[in-house]
Design a protein around this ligand. Structure first.
Ligand code: DGY
Length: 465
């Protein structure tokens, strides 16, 4: 698909594009999603990611719900077909018909070693940010035929509940309402500089790593992807999980990467709240969620809030210390609804600070994925600087829910401008002056899906409370 035409310097009022261009982009977004549909699920992008990914499926379903509601429900059904007996929803559900190689594939993960993994479909052995209950509730609210959507969620609900139970049972060892991730791939933000301080503690000089061959670099330039040193550590951790036969207790005892991340926990908290709301829509029981929610709220704000920097930090459970770097993921408590009004105001200040391109955003698109003033910032490298549409979509909703309407509209306008200028890429340059701004995979499904969803949002008034 040809990228949409380049219109620089256009003034966009209230997040609305001029009609004809808007219509063309909507049609192109649908063409991206339809082109990536396999008959069972939607690939994030056919060349780089030919299988089904966990949080991608949720974001994709949100977009599909606007024009193909049955397919949207199928997207989540296909993902949950890979759910483990522990309740864990895997990061990848493998597509046996994939036309392109992907590393690491099922032969590398070897999840047949795990008693709890399904034999079919084959999956990877870790999870990802749990946004599925949030997606389901959003789909219910935006669906034209809400009754049909509700029906399609009856069978999904117990699986969603089991996926939340998994986190509190297996990933919250101190029963504090905060769950840990055990691999950077679980965070969804693989090579964020947030993990650097933990990954550099993994000394591989005396380790015999399994042989592996990356496939990503055949499609995307290495300057936009994680480094060899990152991959060695990703592979090392997978190998460790294999040796533990994917037993959660065993992994907890031996894994050098156990991190409580503010974004992951915010998304879980939001999804748990959304699960409670879904339960009441579906006449199902979600009583056990209440305790998780209360405990999470308390611990999140006492343990992860940094009163000095007025921001949320990730916490390294193995070494018992905070990771005080500023990634955009630290602002996601706005989406999760975990920040008090005062904390939200501090976060909004942080988002408009020079570290994230503010205060006037003349040079930067909202929002770079990492502190642009930090030495680890890299404007082209995956999660170390580029702008991502799923993060912007979450921040749009977070800012809106805390009453920062002007800020929310500005994020939405920037998403529109990025897509209009560069196309439906996986991630984007944070610099407005760039003429080549699409990075990673093109025809990327969640960019198309969330563009469709944001285009369907009614403009909110420009008043800032
Ligand atoms: C990749 O292959 O880069 C994915 O982010 C792993 O989930």
């Amino acid at each position: 698909m040809a990228p949409p035409s380049l219109h620089r310097g256009r003034v966009n009022l209230g997040g609305r594009l001029p009609r004809p261009q808007h219509k063309t982009l909507l049609a192109q977004a649908k063409a991206v999603l339809d082109g990536n549909w396999t008959g069972h699920f939607t690939m994030p992008s056919p060349r780089l990611y030919p299988h089904q990914w966990n949080w991608d499926a949720a974001f994709i379903a949100i977009g599909l719900a606007h024009y193909r509601p049955a397919r949207a429900a199928q997207e989540l059904r296909a993902l949950f077909a890979g759910q483990w007996q522990t309740g864990m929803v895997p990061q990848i559900v493998f597509n046996p018909q994939a036309a392109r190689p992907y590393f690491p594939g099922p032969e590398f993960w070897q999840t047949r070693r795990a008693a709890a993994a399904p034999r079919k479909p084959e999956t990877s052995g870790i999870t990802m940010p749990p946004v599925h209950a949030t997606a389901a509730l959003h789909m219910y609210r935006t669906a034209r035929n809400a009754a049909r959507m509700r029906e399609s969620f009856q069978a999904l609900f117990p699986k969603l509940l089991a996926s939340h139970r998994y986190f509190y049972r297996f990933r919250d060892p101190a029963h504090e309402g905060l769950v840990y991730i055990r691999h950077p791939w679980e965070s969804g933000v693989d090579n964020s500089p947030t993990w650097d301080a933990v990954l550099c503690e993994i000394d591989l000089t005396r380790v015999a790593l399994p042989d592996y061959q990356r496939e990503d670099l055949a499609t995307v330039s290495s300057e936009q992807r994680p480094t060899r040193e990152d991959y060695d550590r990703y592979v090392y951790l997978v190998d460790l999980f294999r040796q533990c036969d994917y037993n959660d207790e065993e992994i907890f005892r031996t894994c050098p990467f156990l991190v409580q991340d503010p974004m992951f926990n915010s998304l879980l908290y939001k999804a748990t709240n959304d699960l409670v709301e879904l339960a009441s829509i579906l006449n199902q029981d979600a009583g056990e969620c209440e305790e998780w929610l209360q405990q999470s709220y308390r611990s999140f704000n006492s343990k992860l809030w940094n009163a000095e920097t007025r921001a949320y930090d990730a916490f390294d459970l193995v070494r018992g210390r905070r990771i005080p770097v500023q990634a955009v993921t630290g602002f996601l408590p706005l989406f999760g609804g975990l920040a008090t009004p005062e904390q939200a105001a501090a976060l909004y200040d942080g988002l408009r600070s020079p570290s994230f391109g503010g205060p006037d955003f003349a040079r930067f698109f909202r929002f770079p994925s990492f502190d642009v003033r930090h030495k680890a910032f890299d404007p082209r490298k995956y999660w170390r600087g580029p702008v991502w549409v799923n993060v912007d979509w979450m921040l749009y909703h977070g800012l809106k829910s805390y009453g920062y309407k002007e800020g929310a509209e500005a994020v939405r306008r920037d998403v529109f401008e990025l897509v209009e200028r560069f196309g439906f890429y996986e991630y984007f340059t944070p610099y407005r002056e760039s003429t080549v701004g699409g990075l990673g995979a093109d025809r990327f499904s969640w960019t198309a899906a969330l563009y469709l969803d944001l285009a369907g949002e009614k403009p909110i008034s420009e008043r800032n409370p």
